[in-house]
Design a protein. Structure first.
Length: 227
């Protein structure tokens, strides 16, 4: 993918970008097994090139993760799609996201559920993400700067929780804030040995399903890794 997505909003540029997005979804998402049509549609709509730093914008519609500054990365399109597909969103849910990063995943989520509450620990990233929510007129997503391992207790319970950084174990506050019939997707484990987990509440405990290997930046915080 060598062509650089221009930032102007000229109509033909927009058509070109929409075409690149459609190809990204076809080759790097649908071809790898994602079938939820709502997820595929949302990813065809959200302008990923607007979220990444300008020096990597040319790669926005490729298959890879990209650096976003502050030693963080935006996940590859496939993994965003896979995690969101595993959430099985119908459109009515209240979703908690930990690790806003650029805000890309939050905006994809915003198209598929009722309301997104997203937490980011890096102030600059949170600020940029809320700016882009405004520019894209996304009114059902909010960001706060905090240690997301504590969750967002004022807004709990959540129907779904999605964690975009890998934890040593499932943070207890997030289990407490998950609705009884809710589910959480979270990568667990140290660098090089992470697994994607789907967590559901069963009585007072939890059940964990293994959803394959993963490669995320660490979740740093009180109920995560030490900073
Ligand atoms: N979903 C993002 C990418 C997330 S990268 C996107 O679409 O761009 C993981 C993010 O988690 C990083 O921005 C990192 O700063 C953040 N993070 C790590 N530990 C955190 C914590 N305890 N609370 C909130 N955010 C955290």
């Amino acid at each position: 993918m060598a062509t650089s997505p221009p930032r102007s909003d000229d109509k033909s540029d927009e058509r070109g970008l929409a075409h690149q997005r459609a190809l990204m979804v076809e080759r790097h998402v649908a071809a790898r097994g994602i079938i939820d049509e709502r997820v595929l549609k949302a990813m065809r709509e959200v302008p990923r090139h607007r979220f990444v730093p300008q020096n990597v914008a040319a790669k926005a519609y490729g298959s890879g993760a990209l650096p976003i500054g502050f030693k963080q990365t935006i996940s590859q399109p496939y993994i965003v799609a896979k995690m969101i597909e595993l959430l099985e969103l119908k459109g009515t849910e209240k979703v908690l996201e930990i690790g806003t990063g650029t805000g890309y995943q939050a905006v994809v989520l915003s198209k598929l559920c009722a309301k997104v509450f997203s937490i980011e620990r890096v102030n600059e990233l949170a600020l940029k993400a809320s700016e882009i929510f405004r520019e894209l007129k996304i009114h059902n997503a909010s960001v706060k700067v905090f240690d997301g391992t504590y969750g967002w207790s004022d807004q709990a319970p959540f129907d779904r929780i999605i964690v975009a950084a890998a934890a040593p174990e499932v943070p207890e506050p997030l289990v407490q804030q998950l609705a009884r019939t809710g589910r959480m997707i979270i990568p667990i484990g140290p660098e090089g040995r992470q697994r994607l987990a789907r967590v559901i509440r069963v009585g007072t405990g939890i059940k964990i399903e293994d959803c394959g290997s993963a490669e995320f930046v660490p979740l740093v915080g009180k109920f995560g890794w030490p900073g």
